[in-house]
Design a protein around this ligand. Sequence first.
Ligand code: ADP
Ligand code: ASP
Ligand code: MG
Length: 453
Amino acid sequence: MITVMKFGGTSVGSPEALKRVADIIMNTESDKAVVVSAMSGVTNFLVGASENPDCDAEAVARQFEAKHLEVASQVLGEAEMKAFRKDFDERMGRLRALLGSEASRSDPYYRDDVTSQGERFSSLILAHMLRARGADSVALTSEDCGIVAEGSPLSGSADLARTASNMAIKVKPHIRGGGIPVITGFYGIRNGAPLTFGRGGSDYSAAVVANALDADLLEIWTDVDGFMSADPRIVPGALLMDEMSYGEAAELAYFGAKVLHPRTIEPVRTKHIPLKVRNSFRPEVPGTLIHQFSKPKGGLLKSVAMKTDLSIISIESAEIAFYPAIVGRIIEKIAENEVVIYSISTSLSSVAFLVHNNDVKATLNKLNSINTSGDIEMIEVKSNVALICAVGDDLLGRCGVSGDIFSAVKEARANVEMISEGASDVSLNFVVPMSKVTDVISVLHKKYVRGEQ
Ligand code: ADP
Ligand code: ASP
Ligand code: MG
């Protein structure tokens, strides 16, 4: 049996947290591979450095170095610290060269390289901690493992087949021999250089590793008790879900439940690998099991999520009903910029798209570029809206579901700006103004998840 265990930023964010994680790993009886995020705060720090052309490279490197050495010195004994220092200095040398290189800055993948550096150091510290506890552990970078990535800067995805054949040779024998590889999350390798999987991408990395190793279980260890019925930071009464289906978890993660990176489910679902979300600060809690089945719940909804900072772009054209190909042309054009469209809604003479606020400008430029024949009569943008994803059992087959949900929206005095219903029988999505989103989520949760009136 192989278990892939992923630990997030807060779980490896302090000496105490790291010690808890090392104990959890050592107490897990199975062949295993570990995937880690950077220590909390480190990726944000590197993002800042990579985006500031005037930053003092040496000062950044020194601050980064001091933070990691301070933590390492608190979790490693003298002998292990010596061995650690050798690997550490080697990695620091590469980071210094990268930060100091003016030429690299013009590379479109430069930010991927810089921001992915944190994982190389957290994995090194943890591997040395495990060695000190007697394990045959080694820190492996995504380069070492052969995690292959493709795609544009800061939003890569993994090539599952090539990654699996690389890891079968480079990693599996070590695990089968009782070793514990500690692997960098967050990025893969494209043309020999790092490409990150988007913020929070270590969950996806872990799912890719689980897929590649044909693991029997993926455990995502984080700072909450499991997948909950809403973000506990927004809804204080959020409930822990003991079980969910892949489909339910995928919808919620894609539409804003930050506990899992939006793409985590796919690599495990294709191989039917069960996934558990667990709390590294409270390992006694069993967490949430995500697998092929879902347990029906009495009430209307199981969980709600939200995606904020979105904009609705509405396009009017008399051609839409009679020449539907125009919608295809518009989507194709928008997709050229790799803009994600979260929802589409059409009528006789208009079509509306939901995109991130940051993508509005590029989308409008694209739309203007295809409007040479004047087919598009008007384009309107409504910014700062949020999408709510409500997940429940058999939402399509039950009578009165939308009536109930929209009565809750009315109770929160919000206006529904756009609706997507019917595409999935586990979720119903709709858009409200950002200013109302937490009110709507709270009312929905209270009435239809907790069942309180
Ligand atoms: P990690 O660093 O372990 O990857 P993240 O901060 O990325 O952790 O994700 C965990 C956080 O996700 C929680 O602290 C919580 O605030 C947030 N979250 C959002 N939606 C949910 C949900 N439905 N269930 C649990 N946590 C959620
Ligand atoms: N360290 C990366 C981030 O902060 C990846 C992750 O934590 O999953 O986005
Ligand atoms: Mg995360």
